[in-house]
Write a protein that binds this ligand. Structure first.
Ligand code: PBG
Length: 330
């Protein structure tokens, strides 16, 4: 008995933490494989699997090997992917012509995946950066990013992805008005069931560095601050999301996730739409690097990090850890 004598404590929160079975009963949020979207990188060629130096255990695949990887991850329960292409420098131009080539890498990849694994949800990225020699998400003129001209290209890109069989198109470009323009065009062409996953609150973030290595898409001049959001802003996320919802978004997204958990929570409270969180490349790289030094327990930190996104209010999580998590949750 303690000499302090605290017999009259009515509430002892530790009662609910006493055993794992009790903790499970009162657990408020749970990460499951159903929440995960696996971002993958595709490149031209055959029998290629290249590790991305700044993203250990994450690879660019040629289509044949990508299919094998996706068959594996599908069997692990990962039913959705976000597709990103590595485009040869020779195919890049300022207006991103290759992005709506019906026979382009993305289009061929989507067609093949939908033929081989029809039930896999395929989400395609709508933005110019992998297709532009400037690495910007829009058309460049005199060092500036043109908005409305870019939206015209984004519409063509989204339509050609829909035609290839994409389930969702995901504009990640942050041009004004693109969600509405894309919804209108999809409907006009009969793609009423193709959804829009809108990168609504996408911040100008230094956490995208490793992704730009993967796609060789780093901006060749300046930064993305005239279209991506200022990290200091939170009300602005509501403004962006309100516009995207009014324009027809089906799912809204916050990106990055870890440094923006407050934004995930604000959007969760604001809208009834599903909210997605993008656990981006830099967040992945930080965990891999620290774990590589033996400084943190990789598996535990991954689960804790992704659970924090669920707790913040994310319904879906895009994460390069998807396969690792699926294996852990099995
Ligand atoms: C570009 C795009 C980026 C990411 C997804 N789509 C990079 C950027 O905006 O520069 C980053 C994803 C990641 O870092 O994991 N439209």
């Amino acid at each position: 008995m303690s000499s302090l004598n605290l017999p009259s404590l009515l509430h002892r929160p530790r009662r609910l933490r006493r055993t794992e079975s009790i903790r499970r009963l009162v657990r408020e949020n749970e990460l499951t494989v159903n929440d995960l979207i696996y971002p993958v990188f595709v490149m031209e060629g055959e029998n290629i699997k290249q590790e991305i130096p700044s993203m250990p255990d994450c690879y660019r695949y040629s289509l044949d090997l990508l299919l094998k990887e996706l068959a594996d991850t599908y069997n692990l329960g990962i039913k959705a992917i976000a597709l990103f292409p590595l485009i040869a420098e020779a195919k890049k131009d300022n207006t991103g012509t290759e992005s709506y080539n019906p026979d382009g890498l993305v289009q061929r990849t989507v067609k093949t995946i939908k033929r081989e694994i029809p039930d896999l949800v395929v989400i395609t990225d709508v933005a110019l950066d992998p297709f532009s020699p400037y690495g910007h998400d829009g058309i460049v003129e005199d060092g500036k990013i043109l908005n409305d001209e870019t939206v015209e290209v984004l519409v063509k890109m989204a339509l050609s992805q829909a035609e290839a069989g994409a389930d969702f198109v995901a504009p990640s470009d942050m041009m004004d008005g693109r969600i509405g323009a894309i919804r209108k065009a999809l409907d006009a062409e009969g793609y009423i069931n193709v959804g829009i996953l809108a990168y609504s609150a996408k911040y100008a973030s230094a956490y995208y560095g490793p992704f730009r290595d993967a796609l060789e898409s780093a901006p060749k001049f300046g930064d993305k601050k005239t279209y991506q959001m200022d990290a200091a802003n939170s009300r602005e996320a509501i403004k962006e999301v309100a516009l995207d919802i009014a324009e027809g978004a089906d799912i809204v997204m916050v990106k990055p996730a870890l440094a923006y958990l407050d934004i995930i929570r604000r959007l969760r409270d604001y809208t009834n739409l599903p909210v997605a969180a993008y656990n981006v490349s830099g967040e992945y790289a930080m965990i891999k690097a620290a774990a590589g030094y033996g400084w943190i327990d990789e598996k535990k930190v991954i689960l804790e990090t992704l659970t924090s996104m669920k707790r913040a209010g994310a319904d879906l999580i895009l994460t390069y850890f998807a396969k690792e998590v699926a294996l852990m949750l099995r």
